[in-house]
Write a protein of this length. Structure first.
Length: 173
């Protein structure tokens, strides 16, 4: 496995930090709530550790999809999103501070799996989004039942049909 993936769609440290901003806190100033928005040598995990999680997430995406179609920006963006969520989940699992971090891992992992399902569907559809592949792409298909018998009659029309209800046998005529 290479040290760092050079896939053009691989997420950056800031891409992953956007999903878990509390992990980008500056540790040089104890008690500080300043979030850097990316991983640096002064965050937990540091930039090297976070990059290893990103590299593993890129490998995960490629293991699920195989090589991505070349030149398809939408598919590459979806692959990046997939890898971002998976790297964020991996970091939360690897560096938990409290039980809530493990619950957050489960949510992030589910988002990664959902993004992966969308990516695989996009690849199967030849780069189209799921909405574009439907019949009449871009336009909703509307269908309704015909109107009831009584709705099509004009009160001024000379020919009128009467609706009769079945007679209730329990009533006295």
């Amino acid at each position: 496995m290479p040290d760092t993936y050079t896939e053009p769609w691989a997420p950056t440290l800031a891409d992953v930090g956007r999903h878990i901003p509390t992990r980008t806190r500056d540790t040089r100033t104890p008690g500080s709530d300043q979030m850097l928005g990316t991983f640096t040598p002064y965050t937990t995990p540091d930039d090297t550790q976070a990059q290893k999680c990103i590299d593993a997430s890129v490998q995960w995406v490629l293991s699920q999809t195989g090589p991505l179609p070349a030149g398809d920006e939408n598919t590459e963006q979806q692959a990046r999103t997939c890898a971002e969520w998976y790297a964020a989940a991996s970091i939360e699992l690897a560096y938990p501070n409290r039980d809530a971090d493990l619950r957050l891992y489960a949510l992030l992992d589910q988002r990664a799996k959902d993004a992966m399902t969308t990516l695989i569907t996009r690849i199967k559809l030849g780069g189209q989004s799921i909405g574009d592949a439907s019949e009449g792409a871009g336009e909703p298909a509307w269908e309704s039942l015909g109107p009831p018998r009584w709705a099509d009659h004009d009160p001024d029309n000379a020919v009128r049909e009467r609706l009769t209800l079945p007679r209730n046998p329990w009533t006295i005529p």
